[in-house]
Write a protein that binds this ligand. Structure first.
Ligand SMILES: [Fe+2]
Length: 189
């Protein structure tokens, strides 16, 4: 599906990682952790390089247990931005990602850090309007700069390999959704 908040790609290689076992932490609570640059596959690194891009930081893994709903958040400090990430979803059949608009005059209730040490801003549902919901695939480019969350189904745990990409000459800036749409138009399905 292609929306203002996310779009699916079909890329000319199998996996962003060489060894998928590095993502498989589990347990009854959600988890977020970085994996090592060395676990990124050669094919993915070459493809990123061919697009004129670099990885802003190593891939982050988001683990969501079965029947879990992640709180609504922005992956960053407390301001709305436009930031696209390339997310690869493993299992999580029936899971959905949701996006929200902040109601006038409302603000986040907490700015904190994830278990991985990345900034994380949280919102109450009463302060938001639902905008859109969509499944994350293999991969889907998603907007992470506005409030969003994930609901997982009862069937399978879910892992997402989340890759933040940047232009080589602005290696810390990330991509906006429109920059990503233009860059990846050839692979959009
Ligand atoms: Fe997020």
């Amino acid at each position: 599906m292609n929306s203002d908040y996310a779009f699916d790609l079909q890329l000319p290689f199998k996996s962003p990682l060489t060894d998928m076992s590095v993502i498989h932490r589990d347990g009854s609570e959600p988890d977020i952790f970085f994996i090592d640059h060395k676990d990124v596959s050669e094919e993915y690194l070459n493809w990123i390089d061919e697009q004129g891009l670099v990885m802003t930081y190593p891939p982050l893994i988001f683990y969501t247990p079965v029947k879990h709903q992640i709180g609504i958040h922005i992956d960053g400090p407390g301001e709305l931005i436009d930031r696209a990430c390339m997310n690869w979803c493993v299992q999580g059949v029936g899971s959905l990602m949701h996006w929200y608009d902040v109601k006038d005059g409302r603000s986040p209730f907490e700015e904190t850090n994830t278990q991985a040490g990345t900034p994380y801003t949280q919102y109450h549902p009463k302060d938001l309007n639902h905008l859109h919901s969509q499944t994350v695939k293999w991969p889907t480019v998603v907007q992470t700069g506005i409030p969003h969350n994930v609901t997982n189904s009862v069937w399978e745990p879910r892992w997402v390999i989340s890759c933040d990409l940047s232009f080589k000459d602005r290696p810390n800036d990330g991509l906006t959704i429109n920059e990503a749409k233009e860059l990846f138009s050839k692979w959009t399905v």
